[in-house]
Design a protein around this ligand. Structure first.
Ligand code: SF4
Length: 198
């Protein structure tokens, strides 16, 4: 393993240790102080109101397949990329939900997979960056939120953050570079290795 890769994984493992120590009550207090009430406008799912790209990990893809009866390629595509190997095959990291402007699961402003929707959707408009609470643009910001709702959201945010770091560590540990020879035109690198698509 290259020294750079070892260093990257070591940094991620430190981030994971820190993430596991996040105090959910303190995080909930920050969410409460910000305020949030979903307006059910579905703007976050619609393409016309900004970037509605939803990255999904292999475990989340499996959860959606199990609950919806759909197959992976019915609802995700490789993350768009211009990176290629010496044979011209495209290489990319992770998968994103299909969309035709709006997310393909959005029907009449309702999410068809609401119960098993990805972490990004469950925690919108909040996310954690370097352990700090960040907020995306959303009409619901400033709305009233109860202590119980704040704590629940804090728990999901922490779980998402921990899963994202674990996903990155596994991806780095399995990543062998942009090499041809996988028998496809597109190679997706994720926490479970390489997936070649024809
Ligand atoms: S999965 Fe559901 S909540 Fe997430 S973007 Fe699509 S429609 Fe919206």
């Amino acid at each position: 393993m290259s020294p750079q890769k070892e260093m990257r994984i070591a940094i991620l493992k430190k981030e994971l240790d820190d993430a596991l120590k996040i105090d959910e009550k303190k995080l909930a207090d920050r969410i409460k102080a910000t305020g949030f009430k979903c307006r059910k406008c579905a703007r976050c799912c619609m393409g016309e109101f900004g970037d509605n790209t939803v990255i999904v990990s292999p475990s989340q893809i499996r959860k959606i397949c199990k609950r919806s009866g759909l197959k992976r390629d019915d609802f995700v595509i490789p993350t768009p990329s211009d990176d290629t190997d010496e044979d011209g095959n495209i290489h990319t990291f992770e998968w994103v939900l299909k969309k035709n402007g709006d997310c393909i699961f959005l029907k009449n402003k309702l999410c068809e997979i609401y119960e098993c929707r990805p972490f990004i959707c469950k925690t919108h408009p909040f996310y954690l960056l370097d352990g700090k609470l960040e907020v995306c643009e959303c009409m619901g910001i400033g709305g009233s939120i109860t202590d119980r709702e704040s704590l629940e959201l804090a728990g999901i945010l922490k779980e998402r953050y921990v899963q994202e770091i674990k996903e990155s560590i596994a991806l780095f540990e399995k990543f062998k570079g942009f090499n041809p020879g996988g028998g496809g035109k597109v190679c997706v690198h994720d926490s479970e290795g390489e997936h070649w698509i024809t």
